[in-house]
Design a protein around this ligand. Structure first.
Ligand SMILES: Cc1cc2nc3c(=O)[nH]c(=O)nc-3n(C[C@H](O)[C@H](O)[C@H](O)COP(=O)(O)OP(=O)(O)OC[C@H]3O[C@@H](n4cnc5c(N)ncnc54)[C@H](O)[C@@H]3O)c2cc1C
Length: 303
């Protein structure tokens, strides 16, 4: 085994950085520093960084757009690998339009290209920050649609077995905000093939505009956040409604505040700490359990 020291890791990954603030790389703008930080601009970079971490027995974390994360104030004592393999190739065959993209491709880029190419099917994703990899991992969705409806195939790296494999849609075991990848952290998403349909550009633009207007109206987009904090229960009231009925809209701990616009959003009013957000999360969970007997589950991921 190679001894982990600065020299070894720099030799293996010359572009690696040390002590990088993760707050800068999350939409919540919260979190301490990553001991090591590497930006993977290509699939090969991503694979190499994972192998180096494995070889050096260094824990690693794959960071996409950082839009679903609550990072510890203490930071991350390992290697954070940020995916920026944002390559995109579009192929048309009859009425089917396939997007072949790197895991680090921003959803926003795909939505923009879907308009340009009159490709219908990704309208729901407009306004969701983050990458394709992150959206597959959490089966991101909105307006009754989700990533699971677009995925044809996912290329992955099985870190334990050191092989690259292809997952068909059903292998991804998509459920509401869940996937196979969420339960199997050793399977890293490298790239994906999305299936869209030929549509009318005007109509696609109209739907996207409608969605974006709804987001602006109902979400606190003027403050840093990580989107919805909790998932919705399968039945009954939505999480936001339960939090509202507990009288917690506007509740503030430190610089973290429950949004008045959308009670399932916690906003960072500026320099909020992870511990402030955690305290709010625990308070919400306690109050909702007492009032409704519902145990809320976090959608955001803590590292
Ligand atoms: C204003 C706002 C609105 C939002 N609206 C929505 C919404 O409507 N619907 C919705 O579902 N979400 C929403 N979100 C949450 C978030 O944008 C999505 O969950 C998004 O898909 C996360 O992607 P990401 O690239 O930012 O992932 P990150 O936050 O970077 O990571 C999330 C998880 O995915 C893992 N991951 C990322 N890439 C890979 C990879 N290549 N291989 C393996 N694992 C990987 C990470 O390790 C981490 O565990 C919103 C967030 C904000 C801030």
């Amino acid at each position: 085994m190679l001894k982990l020291n600065k020299m070894n890791i720099i030799k293996e990954l010359p572009a690696i950085k040390k002590n990088v603030s993760l707050a800068e790389y999350t939409t919540f703008k919260i979190g301490g520093k990553a001991k090591y930080f590497f930006i993977a601009k290509t699939k090969e970079d991503l694979i190499k960084a994972i192998f180096v971490a494995k070889k050096l027995k260094l824990q690693f974390f794959i960071l996409g757009g950082g839009s679903n994360l609550l990072v510890s104030d203490k930071g991350y004592n390992g290697l954070v690998i940020k995916t920026q393999n944002s390559n995109l190739e579009i192929r048309k065959k009859g009425t089917i339009i396939n997007f072949f993209c790197g895991a680090g491709a921003p959803l926003a880029k795909l939505v923009l290209e879907s308009i340009k190419n009159s490709a219908q099917g990704l309208e729901w994703a407009a306004g969701i920050p983050g990458t394709v990899g992150g959206a597959i991992f959490g089966n991101a969705g909105a307006f009754n649609e989700s990533m699971s409806g677009n995925i044809e195939e996912v290329e992955v790296l099985d870190v334990r077995k050191t092989v690259i494999k292809k997952f068909k849609n059903k292998d991804c075991r998509f459920e509401y905000r869940k996937s196979f990848f969420k339960k199997n952290k050793n399977i890293i998403i490298l790239s994906a093939k999305l299936k869209l349909k030929n549509g009318k550009r005007k109509k696609i633009k109209e739907i996207i505009k409608e969605h974006l207007e709804k987001r602006k109206k109902f979400q606190p987009l003027n403050y840093p956040s990580a989107g919805s904090v909790f998932v919705n229960p399968k039945t009954g009231l939505k999480t936001g409604e339960m939090i509202e009925k507990c009288g917690l809209k506007g509740k503030r701990i430190g610089k973290a505040k429950v949004s008045e616009k959308h009670a399932n959003f916690i906003m960072n009013l500026g320099k909020a700490k992870e511990k402030d957000v955690k305290k709010l999360i625990n308070l919400i969970k306690k109050r909702v359990k007492n009032k409704f007997g519902v145990i809320l589950k976090e959608e955001i991921i803590s590292i």
